[in-house]
Design a protein around this ligand. Structure first.
Ligand code: F6P
Length: 344
């Protein structure tokens, strides 16, 4: 078979490990041929691809980012005419028998529609630092992001205590607070604010004050999508992207002003941003990404179209793409309550 591979959405550590595993097993054990589509769904839409063989995947296991490039191109976006038909025609013309789409909710949501509504032969691999895809216990990239954020929190503790400042650390997570929750718990944050739970500013300030009573300075970890009760402050509303998601960023700086104004304590914001998505993957993410790649090429070989690899416990299983993209996996109330023991 001739198989196309693409990576879509925000890049994340481990994408190259998946590509390497697919190609190594697919070429060396199964005799398949591969093309790499450039920049997510833009590649098959515009017929932009290049050969992807064993030489191209040598040495990429520890490399962050994606050798194929990525984009947030949505083949079903308003203004994209006949996206699914164009992809089918371009695949035909290039002699591509099937696609492996590596992505998050948006890329896989498009993959699911291309398969279910247009009959295209697609297998999905879940990736996102946000860990918010249901149907899989973990996505690769998440562990690396959490470790980067935890290390930053560890470092911020010493400067917060030395200067008796409140430090607010903004991490990624627009709909789900997984990174904030895990990094905050691992890093000993004094407060964790997540999108699933709109926060009460009075209570935030009360907990900040309580930390000073213990002679330590507070670290507040906030997910970019967290909001105060009553909704997102108007000044933080920065429009929408191609998939209709709000563009986020700015909650930490908003909190900086609010906390300092209300408590009188010097408050500073640190926004980790894309640092969380960059660099080499952790061992956990390399292993998970590699296993996803191996199982994805097995799925293609068996022509199990419309499926996605998923981690269930320690097993990799295949699940329907439509099931995987139906709803987001968010931080449950009971889990959040475990971290509340350490607040204040
Ligand atoms: O989906 C992954 C992610 O890193 C989110 O956590 C974040 O909201 C978003 O991508 C940022 O996207 P961009 O890099 O396009 O600004």
């Amino acid at each position: 078979m001739r198989i196309g591979v693409l990576t879509g959405g925000g890049d994340c550590p481990g994408l190259n490990a998946v590509i390497r595993a697919i190609v190594r097993r697919g070429v060396e054990r199964m005799g398949h041929e591969f093309v790499g589509y450039r920049d997510g769904w833009r590649g098959p839409l515009e017929d932009d691809h290049r050969p992807l063989g064993v030489p191209e995947v040598r040495g990429i296991l520890p490399r962050g980012g994606t050798i194929l490039g990525s984009s947030r191109t949505n083949p079903f976006a308003d203004g994209v005419e006949g996206g699914a038909e164009r992809i089918a025609e371009n695949m035909d013309a290039a002699g591509v028998d099937g696609l492996i789409a590596i992505g998050g909710e948006d890329t896989l949501g498009a993959a699911s529609r291309l398969h279910d509504e247009h009959g295209l032969p697609v297998v999905g691999v879940p990736k996102t630092i946000d860990n918010d895809l249901s149907a899989t216990d973990y996505t690769f990239g998440f562990d690396t992001a959490v470790n980067i954020a935890m290390e930053a929190i560890d470092r911020l503790h010493t400067t917060a205590d030395s200067h008796h400042r409140v430090l607010v650390v903004e991490v990624m997570g627009r709909h789900a607070g997984w990174i904030a929750f895990h990094a905050g718990l691992a890093g000993g944050a004094n407060l964790i604010l997540i999108p699933e739970r709109p926060f009460d500013l009075e209570r935030v300030c009360e907990l900040v004050g309580r930390r000073y009573e213990a002679q330590f300075a507070p670290i507040v970890v906030v997910a970019e999508g967290a909001q105060p009760q009553g909704g997102i402050p108007a000044e933080l509303d920065a429009g929408k992207d191609a998939f209709g998601h709000a563009r986020l960023g700015g909650i930490a700086h908003w909190l900086e002003g609010e906390i300092e104004g209300r408590t009188g304590k010097e408050t500073r914001a640190t926004v980790l941003g894309h640092v969380q998505r960059g660099g080499t993957p952790t061992a956990f993410d390399r292993v998970l990404a590699t296993r996803f790649g191996l199982h994805a090429i097995d799925a293609v070989n068996a022509q199990s179209w419309g499926k996605m690899t998923a981690l269930r416990g320690t097993e990799i299983q295949l699940v329907d793409l439509s099931e995987a993209t139906r709803e987001l996996k968010t931080v449950p109330e009971s889990l959040y309550a475990e971290a509340e023991v350490f607040f204040g």
